[in-house]
Design a protein around this ligand. Structure first.
Ligand code: KG4
Ligand code: ZN
Length: 361
């Protein structure tokens, strides 16, 4: 038996950084294992933002305020536990939409204060890298990290579960953002990423009328750029703008087949850009035998198969998160919090802990 009191085995996680209101209860893993998920409740706001084809911050924060307590209650019920069983409350406090983050931070602080247990703010991007360790053996370090989400596309060198150095990242749009914008251009409903992925699986990139560019940004760059790809999709769908004085050419006539082929060509270029830079980073860091990946785009069918292929080719332990832990969730927040709390002796963050829209991570 562990000498650590049982209460310290149970952490409630809260996540409200964008448009998912989420709560989860996780238990300390057995020695050598990541945290074990007892409950994982996620309330999506897709229906509220669909008509705007993007997340409206004011609507998101209002919905979080309405939903946070029922969602926490549902997470406790699903875990079979009650508030008095908890050893700490963890909350994603950065980065994200400030109004959305504030709802989760206020709820976490109030719960922790009333229960007299520690509260800890957790970096959302760092937590995405932990998602593949939930309910799984802990991996070997150092590891290479890849976060691909709606807000981030970054590579990291991770000496341990709780430390990471950024190697590169996007200089404009994130991969998920490019997916969402390309989906809107192709006339697909919100949320764009998963719908474009589904359409792409019915298409054939080699039949598309254009080959989309993969931005390399120099031979040694570990940065990403997706804005050129997004513009190329716009031109392929609406036609290339005319030069001054010349007549505007009509947009190409796109039937369902042609849209599916364009979606497949976009998917090939977007995921190709991610795997190109990941390959470069792995070449530069051969000491990394583990690949930690996370973020909404890791739910993508082509990225998942490419990562599995790269892992087999290079003999890597690839930590692809289960689908439920790819998108924003609170299990990854509470899971990482266990390790952060252990490292600092379960001290609490002060009640002045704030929400922060950006991260230095
Ligand atoms: O991690 P996440 O839930 O939120 C952020 O932290 O940003 O990621 C959401 C992003 C959205 O841009 C969404 O379109 C994208 O992940 N996404 C996908 C897929 N599923 C979600 N992109 C491509 N293919 C998918 N299957
Ligand atoms: Zn996220």
């Amino acid at each position: 038996m562990s000498a650590i009191p049982a209460k310290r085995d149970l952490v409630l996680g809260i996540e409200t950084s964008c448009d998912e209101t989420a709560a989860a209860v996780v238990r300390r893993g057995e020695p050598g294992f990541g945290a074990s998920v007892l409950s994982n409740i996620i309330a999506s706001q897709n229906d509220l933002h669909a008509e705007y084809k993007g997340v409206v911050p004011e609507i998101a924060s209002r919905a979080h305020a309405e939903r946070i307590l029922p969602i926490v209650r549902a997470a406790l019920t699903q875990s079979g536990l009650s508030l008095k069983d908890l050893g700490a409350v963890a909350v994603g406090n950065k980065p994200g939409l400030i109004g959305s983050l504030l709802v989760g931070v206020a709820a976490a602080k109030a719960l922790a204060w009333s229960l007299r247990i520690p509260v800890i703010g957790v970096d959302h991007v760092r937590a995405h890298l932990y998602a593949g360790c939930l309910d799984a053996p802990l991996p070997a370090f150092p590891a290479l990290g890849l976060v691909v989400s709606g807000g981030h596309t970054s590579l990291y060198h991770c000496p341990s579960l709780t430390r990471a150095t950024r190697l590169g990242g996007t200089i404009d749009d994130a991969a998920g953002e490019a997916y969402d914008k390309a989906a809107t251009i192709l006339g697909l409903p919100f949320p764009g990423g998963p719908n474009l992925d589904r359409l792409a699986q019915r298409g054939d990139a080699s039949h598309a009328p254009v080959r989309f560019p993969i931005s390399r940004l120099g031979r040694d760059s570990l940065d990403f750029s997706f804005s050129g790809l997004k513009t190329a999709v716009l031109y392929a769908v609406r036609g290339v703008p005319s030069r001054p004085g010349e007549p505007q050419p009509p947009p190409p006539d796109l039937d369902d087949r042609a849209r599916a082929d364009l979606a497949a060509a976009f998917q090939k270029a977007a995921i190709g850009a991610v795997t190109l830079k990941l390959g470069r980073a792995l070449d530069r860091h051969p000491e990394c035998r583990t690949l930690l990946v996370g973020g909404g785009v890791t739910a993508n069918s082509l990225l998942r198969s490419e990562l599995t292929r790269m892992g087999a080719e290079r003999g890597l332990d690839v930590r692809l998160p289960k689908m439920a832990y790819c998108l924003d969730n609170a299990a990854m927040i509470a899971g990482l919090a266990h390790h952060l709390l252990d490292a600092r002796g379960w001290t609490t963050d002060p009640l002045t802990m704030t929400a922060e829209p950006t991260t230095a991570f």
